[in-house]
Design a protein around this ligand. Sequence first.
Ligand SMILES: Nc1ncnc2c1ncn2[C@@H]1O[C@H](COP(=O)(O)OP(=O)(O)OP(=O)(O)O)[C@@H](O)[C@H]1O
Ligand SMILES: [Mg+2]
Length: 327
Amino acid sequence: MPIIEVNHLAKSFKVYRKEPGVMGSMKSLFARKHEFVHAVDDVSFSIDEGELIGFIGPNGAGKTTTLKCLSGLLYPTSGDVKVLGYNPFDRKNAFLKQISLVMGQKNQLWWDLPAMESLVLNREIYEIPRKRFDEVVEDLSQILHAKDFLHIQVRNLSLGQRMKMELMAALIHTPKVLFLDEPTIGLDVVMQKNLREFIKEYNLKYNATIILTSHYMADVEALCKRVIVINHGKVLFDGLLTDLIAKHATEKIVSLTLSKKVSAHDVKKFGEVKAFTYPELKILVSRDHLQETISKIMREVTVDDIKIEDQPIEDIIRELFERKREK
Ligand SMILES: Nc1ncnc2c1ncn2[C@@H]1O[C@H](COP(=O)(O)OP(=O)(O)OP(=O)(O)O)[C@@H](O)[C@H]1O
Ligand SMILES: [Mg+2]
């Protein structure tokens, strides 16, 4: 049984545009021109219990808007959303007690108080029994390596430490469904990795269903088997990350260390030159012609070393967006 079901979800915003200058301001006093932004435009998907889904797309794609609809913060313009059998926008207590939305760019903690105080407030809001609360604090602070920060004023914590406290506050009621909107934004690579491990552990330990958005593909690669790719409010891909790569990674990166100088012009015929500073040459070669191109290179230039790699996922996804835009 799916835990999350989204059918033809759409969310549009009415936005007003002011014409420039004083006259524009005068005019807009009388007849404000409005238009609609179709932030989410006919999105459907379904997610089973315990899945950890990567929800990816460029800036303004509609990710946050979708997550807000799923957690009941926004009322859909049309379509149907069910999370744990509830209509999120009803914001029933029984629903709210089982979900959480964490936004990396927003904080819900009180700045002037230690995070522990915010946790205690949440204990009251969510009516968590004391014993259970103590257990969860112990448990979460252990997997987050965060015991030391619980009693420090939030304003004095580093960004990464604060994010850990945000996560604790968001998870203190051990939600079954978790929406993580860029939880690793702005963190250094070590902290990103820490949080990733935490997310994985939370997912397994509580069999939680998680939707994760991130602009760091390393997060998605490390955590998510399945990804949903969205752009301009529409789903471009929904399936296994490995299938996305197999389907859209049409090129390989061939890195060569040359042992004899050749002109930039001469290497162009092998493929798209990504970088060339003698003796290092990097070219993009179509997967379909890989073998013949390699043979050609070996015949025509002398090389010390050759390395063949997949394109970074970032590039594959960027190309996917660009290709769709051209259509
Ligand atoms: N309250 C609002 N009023 C008007 N337009 C909005 C509102 N919220 C979002 N939008 C617009 O809806 C579109 C989708 O925004 P959304 O925040 O969902 O994107 P996103 O995928 O989360 O992007 P990012 O990766 O930058 O966080 C954007 O064009 C945005 O400007
Ligand atoms: Mg967003």
